[in-house]
Write a protein that binds this ligand. Structure first.
Ligand SMILES: *[C@@H]1O[C@H](CO)[C@@H](O)[C@H](O)[C@H]1NC(C)=O
Ligand SMILES: *[C@@H]1O[C@H](CO)[C@@H](O)[C@H](O)[C@H]1NC(C)=O
Length: 188
């Protein structure tokens, strides 16, 4: 009986420890094997997300890096954020929809940009955008770099939603588990 209790207790300790290592804000190993980092869909169909270097998850201050894989047909929501964002297409192809109309009341019809393996694209600060894997046959894999983390994302149900009615999503899906209190960083 006591042995059973002890082994349950040790099991609980181990699971708590593995939870902590996911949110490693004090000290990230210099070299990490991407194949061994946590990947998850965070409830978004067709997405695999790995936070390679995170603000809330790892304590990085100036940039954040993600590796995201979108199954055919998978896509981001229409959204904007007040940071620079740069993408490198590692595999596959897709479409960037970009509405450079942050001065108007709502995004309006987006421009379409085909993106392809070994291409790079960026999204200007605050422009509403959406990335789709529009290739029916292959995964689209992107390395994503953002500035000014943690990112505050405003989400639009469609391109005609007024900027003022876009919904704030913070913390973002992959940060929810590690987010405890407001970061002390000043708002930029
Ligand atoms: C990285 O992790 C994968 C999956 O665990 C493993 O197969 C591979 O050997 C690792 N690479 C190195 C260099 O350790
Ligand atoms: C991407 O482009 C660079 C520069 O031309 C080239 O060196 C590299 O081999 C390309 N990578 C792939 C996967 O095509």
């Amino acid at each position: 009986m006591i042995c059973q209790l002890i082994s349950i207790f040790i099991g609980l300790l181990l699971s708590a420890a593995s939870g902590d290592s996911h949110c490693a804000t004090n000290g990230v190993p210099i070299v990490r094997n991407i194949s061994e980092l946590d990947q998850d869909s965070y409830g978004r169909p067709g997405l695999s997300h790995i936070t390679i270097a995170g603000s809330i998850m790892h304590g990085f201050k100036e940039v954040e890096v993600w590796l995201q894989t979108f199954a055919p047909g998978a896509h981001t929501p229409i959204h904007r954020h007040s940071c620079e964002e740069i993408f490198v297409v590692m595999k596959g192809s897709g479409t960037l929809y970009l509405a450079s109309n942050s001065h108007k009341k709502y995004p309006g019809n987006p421009q379409e940009f085909p993106v392809f393996a070994n291409s790079t694209f960026h999204v200007p600060v605050n422009d509403a955008h959406q990335v789709w894997n529009t290739n029916g046959h292959e995964d689209l894999q992107l390395l994503v770099i953002i500035s000014r983390p943690p990112v505050k994302v405003f989400i639009y149900d469609d391109w005609n939603v007024p900027h003022t009615a876009a919904k704030l999503k913070f913390p973002y899906y992959w940060d929810e588990r590690c987010y405890q209190t407001s970061p002390t960083k000043d708002e930029l």
